[in-house]
Design a protein around this ligand. Structure first.
Ligand code: FE2
Ligand code: FE2
Length: 480
């Protein structure tokens, strides 16, 4: 009997061998596998919720996480989560399954799982929960979704999940290193019971994506048995010395036309790395501002991550000059003051006021970029180039979200200015209270850089000693 089938499903090909179905999948799998809309939405909702909860955990621990590298990692990973929450929600809304329930948990045990990680009482527990349990569970759920749904029928889901998968693969690689670095065998032994209980909580939800059989054992709360208390007080690790030190006014040097560009690059690197305080502060706005549209959290988290990048750019700058940045005090007084003395809206207004102040040509980001170009230090030029571009994006975030809430740009600026002044009265008191001597660290760092540049320090620049006692970083007088 002839088996001449001109269109065999197993060996189906397009015109002159062109890939059929645009090469997305072969005919055999296109005709045999795929998820229904209901099944696909079910999984997307689980993933969407997981990323929302993960975003919340990264943000809630960002200020109080002392370890700088982890603070930076939480910034990036919160950004990835915030972006994909929006993509996944968009896809869910296209799939005619209302009510979408995007603000409700798809399964109560999923929330217990994330509550447990949120409430992790130590860095090893937090790292283990996030990077050995939650992130790999998201990663494998994305993998399963990509494997199970039809790339043709459900192509928009395939795209959204594939993009998320690229970034979650990156987080997974980081996760492995983070667990390796931060979780000792002793931690593992201590946290063994909790790890097992995290697995059973997830099993009760049928796995993160709900595709596994639901375990019957009722989940038991361990760390989340007590309600979680958000801690907005910024912490730094032991490499960050003298955190109240405001003994060297970077801006007063930067805007001094008498001082040449080259030493100013050090102040630019300092200003960039000091920006560790912006994610610390912005995370507190996010953690303490519920009920906004997700676009708000997405935009604010993007900015938060940009600020973390700026800090790391400064780190790159110092290391490129052979300068040990551990000798430089990066004060945390701004994030501390704002997080503990101001309401979230006031904090946002302060940020907006500072950022608007960076827009004018003469004393803003463009000027910093010009200094960097004039210094003939290409790295410094690159840093300021991107810092300036990012700043324009940030000013827009403020105009989009803060200004409409306050009324007008002028009112927002006045509100921010007034709020900021309330946090700036303690310079002398910190010294009285022996929190700092406001030691002038400039001469050491400048001398070190001169060594690297192979030049003799200029005695006038070496003697630089303007502080922040009476001049704010925006060059306005500190009002008592
Ligand atoms: Fe910045
Ligand atoms: Fe910014």
């Amino acid at each position: 009997m002839s088996t001449d089938n001109p269109m065999p499903v197993d060996h189906y090909a397009g015109y002159r061998g062109l890939p059929a179905l645009v090469g997305l999948m072969d005919m055999k799998s296109a005709s045999t596998h795929g998820l229904t809309i209901t099944e696909s939405v079910e999984r997307l909702k689980r993933l969407h919720w997981a990323l929302r909860r993960l975003h919340g955990i990264f943000v809630a621990h960002l200020a109080s996480m002392p370890i700088y590298e982890l603070k930076m990692a939480f910034s990036l990973h919160a950004h990835y989560c915030a972006e994909h929450v929006l993509h996944l929600a968009g896809r869910i809304r296209e799939m005619r399954q209302p009510p979408y329930g995007l603000d409700n948990t798809p399964h109560p045990s999923l929330d217990i799982f994330f509550d447990e990680i949120l409430a992790a009482p130590s860095t090893p527990a937090l790292i283990l929960g996030l990077y050995e349990h939650a992130i790999p569970a998201v990663h494998s759920s994305l993998e399963a979704l990509l494997r199970d749904t039809s790339r043709l029928f459900d192509h928009p889901t395939y795209r959204a999940a594939r993009f998320a998968q690229v970034e979650f693969s990156e987080i997974c690689d980081y996760a492995g290193s983070a667990v390796h670095a931060m979780v000792t065998n002793t931690d593992r032994a201590t946290l063994g019971g909790w790890s097992t209980s995290l697995q059973s909580i997830l099993a009760h939800a049928g796995g993160l994506d709900g595709t596994m059989p639901h375990a019957t054992a009722e989940p038991v709360r361990v760390f989340s048995a007590q309600p979680f208390h958000y801690n907005s007080i910024p912490q730094r690790d032991e490499r960050f010395i003298d955190p109240y030190n405001m003994g060297v006014n970077a801006e007063a040097m930067l805007f001094n036309p008498e001082i040449p560009a080259q030493p100013k690059t050090l102040m630019l690197f300092f200003k960039r790395m000091r920006e560790i305080d912006v994610p610390e502060m912005m995370s507190s706005i996010l953690a303490e501002t519920p009920g906004k549209p997700w676009e708000y959290y997405r935009d604010m988290t993007r900015q938060l991550w940009d600020e973390a990048r700026h800090a790391m750019m400064g780190e790159v700058g110092f290391v490129s000059l052979g300068i040990d940045w551990r000798a430089i005090p990066f004060n945390f007084t701004w994030s501390l003051g704002l997080n503990t003395m101001l309401e979230p809206l006031e904090r946002h207004a302060v940020l907006f006021t500072i950022e608007q102040g960076l827009m004018p040509k003469k004393n803003g980001k463009e000027y910093e970029w010009e200094v960097a170009v004039a210094s003939a230090n290409r790295l410094s030029e690159l840093i300021q180039d991107y810092d300036w571009a990012d700043e324009i994006v940030h000013a827009k975030v403020g105009r989009d979200w803060l200004v409409p809430q306050i009324g007008s740009q002028a009112e927002a600026l006045a509100f921010g200015d007034k709020s900021w002044s309330r946090t700036l009265v303690d310079w002398a008191k910190w010294r009285e209270d022996r929190l700092t001597d406001h030691r002038n660290w400039w001469a050491e760092v400048y001398s070190k850089a001169c060594e690297h540049w192979g030049i003799a320090p200029d005695p006038n620049i070496l003697a630089y000693n303007a502080t922040y006692e009476s001049l704010r970083p925006d060059m306005k007088e500190v009002s008592a």
